[in-house]
Design a protein around this ligand. Structure first.
Ligand code: URA
Length: 200
């Protein structure tokens, strides 16, 4: 699919998310003058990063990973010579859950079709998940790694999967937020990004 068509289809999907008044998080979004956070980056990216859900700063700006976790993500990308503009970054849940609580199963289920369509439009070679919620969604979506593996067991380990557009490699990573308070996991994340750089 030509890049302009991908961009147009993503824009129309973003509008649907913005209009999603059936979301249990819609009222909280409106009350706080927050924005939905659809995702951003290269519509034709080789790598798609998927996080959990927007935090406060993300919801205020309508952009993914712009707070402390985002600055860490930028450093990780930089460590393998990538800029944000060269990848695509999104989340499983597109609205901020109150007080940064974990997303609930019905919220994940509501936003899942939008994420599935983002994957089908962008057609990335590699999907790197950030944190446990994105890992669980993506492994189940592509029907690999049965048995609900723990992120501590599978981070940095690529899984081959079949998308409707062809082969895709899934790479579970820790969430960048863990690197803010745990030095060991910080190093692990940098090592796993190094592994990511060899997949493309
Ligand atoms: N954490 C996430 O999972 N996503 C964001 O966009 C920001 C912080």
């Amino acid at each position: 699919m030509p890049e302009a068509k991908k961009a147009a289809r993503l824009a129309s999907l973003a509008q649907q998310v913005a209009d999603l008044s059936s979301s249990p998080l819609y009222e909280y979004r409106q009350k706080n003058s927050y924005h939905a956070v659809f995702g951003e980056g290269d519509p034709d990216a080789d790598i798609l990063f998927i996080g959990e859900a927007p935090g406060k700063q993300e919801a205020q700006q309508g952009r993914p990973f712009v707070g402390a976790s985002g600055r860490m993500l930028d450093k990780l990308l930089e460590s393998i010579g990538l800029a944000r503009e060269e990848v695509y970054i999104t989340n499983v849940v597109k609205d901020r859950p109150p007080e940064n609580r974990d997303p609930q199963p019905e919220e994940i289920a509501l936003y899942a079709p939008f994420l599935a369509q983002q994957i089908a439009i962008i057609q990335p070679q590699v999907i790197a998940t950030l944190g446990r919620f994105a890992m669980q969604f993506v492994l189940a979506h592509f029907d690999v790694a049965a048995g609900d593996p723990k992120i501590s067991q599978v981070h940095g380990r690529p899984f081959a999967a079949e998308a409707e557009y062809g082969r895709v490699t899934l790479l579970p990573l820790y969430h960048p937020a863990v690197a803010l308070y745990n030095q060991t996991q910080r190093q692990t994340l940098f090592d796993d990004f190094e592994a990511l750089s060899h997949l493309i």
